[in-house]
Structures are given as structure tokens and as C-alpha cells.
Write a protein that binds this ligand. Sequence first.
Ligand code: GDP
Ligand code: MG
Length: 168
Amino acid sequence: ELEVALKVVIVGNGGVGKSSMIQRYCRGTFTKDYKKTIGVDFLERQIDVDGEEVRLMLWDTAGQEEFDAITKAYYRGAQACVLAFSTTDRDSFEAAHSWKLKVENECGEIPTVIVQNKIDLMDQSVVNPEEAELLARALGCRLLRTSVKEDVNVASVFRHLASRCLAE
Ligand code: GDP
Ligand code: MG
């Protein structure tokens, strides 16, 4: 039987929770001061999608996103994308559009989910729900709201991407 392996890139401004999301999904852990210490380029998790085994390889950045210095190797061969912003960081929301263009430049059109993370901090939100919906519509992507901290909706993000990829 053919095994499907998917390279997934997680983009968005620094601090939105990308590394935490990978850690949460692949290792089931969450820490307040997660630094990139995994020492590898990606973590992986295998899931079953409609009876098919899919191996998801989630690629992390080492914080280079701050300096607009993510290497070509990071994007190379990516088949799906998580574009994340934070509920409590207006800049990260404003930057979503340019992240989408960057990924498109490097990878072409690949299945992408927009993720509004840190919904456990909704009381400190600086993005209203309608704006987020509008952004998703403008970029032609599904919007999912997650809390990596409380493990809300994280698995749905990757399940959605995997089935989108299998359907192509
Ligand atoms: P990255 O720079 O995008 O990789 O972000 P990190 O994964 O390093 O996370 C930045 C900070 O946000 C860390 O202190 C995380 O613990 C915290 N964080 C990540 N996800 C959540 C979340 O869903 N809720 C809350 N409250 N904090 C989060
Ligand atoms: Mg990180």
C-alpha cells in the first residue's frame, strides 16, 4: 500500500504559537516558554484519513521569521500550509496577507488553512470575528480558531489539510 507523506509548513509572525502548535500536535505537550530545541527540521505525526495512512511532516522555523530570512529549503516541496496569527497580536493579523503571498511565491497554490490561535485569550482580543472571516474569504482559505494551550481545534487543522491534499 502506498503511504502518503505530506510536508506542511507553518508560517506567521513570531510569537503566534507556531512551534507550540507543532509541539502540541506531535508530542502532546505545551510549555509557556517553548524555544526551538527540537534539533530537527520537522516533527511528524501519522493519522488516518478515510482509511488512508497519512504521514504529516510539520516543519518549524528557528525564529528566522522575525528577520524575513526563512530559507528556500524551508518551503521546498511543501504540499500544505498553516498560516497562523494571534488573537492578541494585531500585527500578526495584518501580516497574514503577505505571508500568503510569500508561500504562493515559493510553493504555488497549496491547500492552506488560516489559523487564529490563542482563542483562550479572547477577552484580550484585538481582532474582531468579522475581520477574520473577511480575511479568510479574501485569501480563499478556511479559517479555524485554535487554542494550542488548551488543545482546542488543533487536530482539526491538520485533519482538514490532509483531506484537502488527498482530494487533489
Ligand atoms: P512562534 O514564534 O510562532 O513559534 O510561537 P511560540 O510557539 O514560540 O509561542 C509564543 C508564545 O505563545 C509562547 O509563550 C507560547 O507558550 C504561547 N502560546 C502559544 N499558543 C498559545 C495559546 O493557544 N494560548 C496562549 N495563551 N498562549 C499560547
Ligand atoms: Mg517558533
